[in-house]
Design a binder for this molecule. Structure first.
Ligand code: SF4
Length: 328
């Protein structure tokens, strides 16, 4: 690991100022991803700006929406009474990620910025356009079992590793940020990027901006939400496929629904066509199968991940059945 300076800040302006004056500075909060990346030599910031002492550590219900501060720990958010009551999908997804020890350290803002777990990204002897733009993609012709089936490019086929981000995408969360040009709100669908020709950029966050919080708009999904994560072992593993379902039922009719998938793309993958198809329909296995077929339109597998083309729709059907309470 390279030597680096450490600076603790106590205001957002101080954090932004540090980022503005040093292009090689990085923010650190829980450090559960960044410190690993530094140990592996994947990232070598010359300064760490510690934002743990900024005042973004509250969860507040306001005008129907749930506001969660950027430095709230994942363990705290997943056990919060308002999160459990109003947005249980978020808790379900977060509890399926990492380990209790990691969730005690990891923050909401840091989880949004979690970097891919592609093995070639972590191996500094391998080509990787995300780590070193223009060097090539080791996964494209290499071992790509964990990789994308949607939205990939010839530059990168990596996936976003976060469970939390999948739930936030289904819940239409808004990311609050501040920077030299002031505050702005970024819908989560615009926050994470597809790789295109610039896989080194994971998000649309400007280098000098910081995340201050997350807002989840009010909804009526709490009674019918499910997060299913399929992985190689029961805990402390990243998703092969995950599906978030948030559903509002009127009897057995689907009044409203949100669907997102994880483990399939460079960003959490929202399934809007399938949502549109299911709105107003009966919650039935037949309709769920049709929606899953629609959701898989445009999917493309690589040498080792063709199993995801079956696993993804099957997981989606199971998640829809669980959320709606259908047994058959
Ligand atoms: Fe790097 Fe992306 Fe290719 Fe993985 S898939 S080696 S992260 S460029």
């Amino acid at each position: 690991m390279n030597n680096f300076q450490y600076k603790r800040v106590s205001s957002p302006i101080a954090a932004i100022t540090e980022l503005a004056k040093d292009p090689a500075a990085k923010l650190v909060a829980g450090g559960t991803n960044l410190i690993d990346l530094m140990k592996y030599g994947v990232m070598s910031p010359d300064k760490l700006v510690d934002v743990n002492h900024l005042n973004f550590n509250e969860i507040v219900k306001q005008d129907g929406s749930l506001h969660i501060g950027a430095t709230v720990r994942n363990a705290v958010a997943s056990a919060n009474a308002d999160v459990l009551k109003y947005q249980p999908l978020l808790s379900q997804a977060m509890l399926s990620g990492a380990s209790p020890q990691l969730r005690n350290k990891a923050t909401m803002g840091g989880n949004l910025l979690q970097r891919t777990r592609c093995g070639y990204f972590y191996d500094i002897s391998a080509p990787c356009n995300k780590r070193q733009p223009g060097s090539g993609c080791g996964a494209m012709g290499g071992y790509n079992r964990m990789h994308a089936i949607f939205g990939a490019s010839s530059s990168c086929i990596a996936v976003n590793p976060s469970d939390m981000n999948v739930a936030l995408t289904a819940l239409d969360a808004v990311i609050l940020v501040t920077g030299p040009k002031g505050d702005r709100k970024i819908p989560i669908s615009d926050f994470h990027r597809l790789p295109g020709t610039h896989p080194e950029l994971d998000t649309t966050l400007d280098r000098k901006e910081i995340i201050t919080g997350i807002v989840i708009p009010d909804n009526a999904f709490a009674a019918n939400t499910t997060y299913i994560k399929v992985r190689d072992r029961a805990s402390y593993a990243f998703a092969l496929i995950s599906v978030a379902v948030a559903m509002e039922l009127e009897g057995t009719t689907i009044k409203d629904i949100r669907l997102a998938m994880g483990g399939v793309a460079h960003k959490p993958w929202r399934l809007k066509e399938a949502e549109q198809m299911l709105k107003g329909k009966q919650a039935s296995v037949e309709n769920f199968k049709m929606a899953a077929e629609l959701a898989m339109k445009g999917a493309r597998a690589y040498e080792h991940n063709a199993f995801k083309l079956k696993l993804a729709p099957n997981t989606m059907i199971q998640a829809l059945k669980t959320a709606s309470g259908i047994k058959a």
